[in-house]
Ligand binder design. Sequence first.
Ligand code: GPV
Length: 831
Amino acid sequence: VEASIPEPQREAWTKNQFDGFKNKDEFEKEVVRHVETTLARSMFNCDDVAAYSATALAFRDRLIKDWNKTQQRQTFTDSKRIYYLSLEFLMGRALDNAMLNVKGKDIAKSALDELGFRIEDIIGQENDAALGNGGLGRLAACFLDSMASLNYPAWGYGLRYRYGIFKQEIIDGYQVEVPDYWLDFNPWEFPRHDVTVDIQFYGHVRKSQDANGKTVANWEGGETVTAVAYDMPIPGYDTPSTNNLRLWSSKAASGEFDFQKFNSGEYESSVADQQRAETISAVLYPNDNLDRGKELRLKQQYFWVAASLYDIVRRFKKSKRAWREFPDQVAIQLNDTHPTLAVVELQRILIDKEGLEWDEAWAIVTATFGYTNHTVLPEALEKWPVGLFQHLLPRHLQIIYDINLFFLQSVEKRFPDDRDMLSRVSIIEESQPKMVRMAYLAIVGSHKVNGVAELHSDLIQTTIFKDFVKIYGADKFTNVTNGITPRRWLHQANPRLSELIASKTGGYDYLKDLTTLNKLEQYVDDKAFRKEWAEIKYANKVRLAKYIKSTLDITVNPAALFDVQVKRIHEYKRQQLNIFGVIYRYLQIKEMSAEERKKQAPRVSIFGGKAAPGYWMAKQIIHLINNVGSVVNKDPDVGDLLKVIFLEDYNVSKAEIIIPASDLSEHISTAGTEASGTSNMKFVLNGGLIIGTCDGANIEITREIGQENIFLFGTLSEDVEDLRHNHTYGKHAVDSGLQKVFDAITSGKFGDANDFGALVSAVRDHGDYYLVSDDFQSYIDTQKMVDEEYKNQEEWVSKCIRSVARMGFFSSDRCINEYAEEIWNIEPLAV
Ligand code: GPV
């Protein structure tokens, strides 16, 4: 390629290359240039926002240089690429991460200082890129960081939502949703107006004969919407590798059709078409672990998947390789079932557009895809009505029927006497109306299926996908336990702890091999080290206490035990168990004598998280937490012994403040319901202990750090089914301690009892599906142990240090290496 450019031209290009900044002065120059030209401002009207923008643009310029080189290298070496398809990327802020990953933060700090700005203020100007709901979206973001840091040739593909997850306000104790219009100014994205794909919807299928007499399907008519690419550079840590996150935005196709309308005076309807097209990428659906089956959501899925596959296929075709080599060049990972249509779309491209035979095409498809399952909750498993498919994607429905036919034929051959099996595993559920089961389609269309923690992977293989294990054999199913990036979740969020760790483990290399943390263990008995460790935790708590003061005007004592539960509000995550426990504690304090109160360990119970706008029970839980807070926090009998805090609008950038400040965090889902959890890993990595159930990754965390370093309680997942059965058919009395809590609630102590009737009766009268009553006593007992152990600070800190030292396994780098080896068959690209 290089040889095709004449020597003099090449010279002109090379000698004028933009080299980025190499020192403080050059960086300062870049910032001033952006302020004065890109932003058309000056030193006289450069506020923090402008200074942020210019700083971000200076780093963006530098990232895009590395990005270009990375892409060229991948093309020249013709490397296999991994494409990570996710409907959510919960990225948070980019500036701090970019500065740290390219090791430019010190330069930026002193330059900004000279220009009259504090770097923390500048970092704080950035809006979170909140294109996700919770764990699933944040996992995708951690994976991007790891794939770049490990030099894998990887692309993320997603949607460029105009509105990310809503902003949460708490008004009179209730959640109120406010739209998150985050794109006002986003210096991190590169619009690629030349990279567009036309996406078709609706219409009909006409069969015809080609020149060889072969029947071909033609998908005709319907409407077209255009996808425009927006690219975000993803810098790796301490490497020139800079990968790409490509997000698609929808706009009306600029066909003649619009012009005709426009010219014939139908201006308004032409504008309406425009808006309808833009609606597709307008908003992120705000549901976590719930499928609501909305038509627009299916449109989003196809729009994004079709644009991404077009892009991937276009890139492959440039290599002029034979189609059978496609899986040697391309791996595609399906982040949950949301992108499952990609399986069907690739099959369609191969048979309808490229003329391959079905079997040849299908072998390519199944060798290309891998599917990650993130839940066993039945209400979260995607199903779409056949009628909706017929209407929106008629050709895809035909292909799904064929995929299912061939699949069921093969099953019938292997299990000739099992009629039941066929209806159980059919991709089409024979219900009224008929439904397409997306998880089954994803399994049939992939060569590997994985869960996200050991227990979860075992559960999917023995429950929801049991038949498929019988059909395909156990090798197709595997586990890849989730991980988190230590760059954002330790180095960025907890700089002082990161520095202390670096000083003891031989520098910051531990950020590239997290197992190096084990070197910390030898310092557990070092008094000075323990003291410094404790001071850092205290300073992080002071920072959070200030944040609480400034946002809620509540004073909390940083010496109290900070007990944190931050995550999406969901009945299965059991924030109700936590708040019932808080009420129980409050009632106990009220009954104590002054003497007894003196012996109590002070505690701050901190909650945060969003409820899906349509999830009424979750909203009631938020309301109860806030009402309990307003009673407890001003009760003079209680004082510092208990404070109840609900932090508004929990998101990634707030997590970076909250997580390093926790002493104890709660991961208390009903056993068997939380696929993995990832914040559990973040909290332990930041020197906090966990109270938790035997669920998800808690189990592996326990195995790594030792059961003496975690507070486990509650029912085991193998007993859940029986307990539920007993609740429904046998006798089931509410736990007596919990009954006192219910009495307090129904007496109106925390506001109108009617408001919380549903929370109480879910446990008392409606079968207690989440086993709150069963686990209550053991939860309370375990919290009591926490109180006792926290009094012995020396021992507590030792536990924290040992835990951190043993957390190496939970790096998303380990996790990505497992995917690369076992599922993607892909190698890092040497730099
Ligand atoms: I399905 N997860 C999520 O955040 N949203 C979803 O819609 C679904 C799953 C989460 C799981 O609940 C967590 O247990 C898990 O750690 C996370 O996905 C990443 O795997």
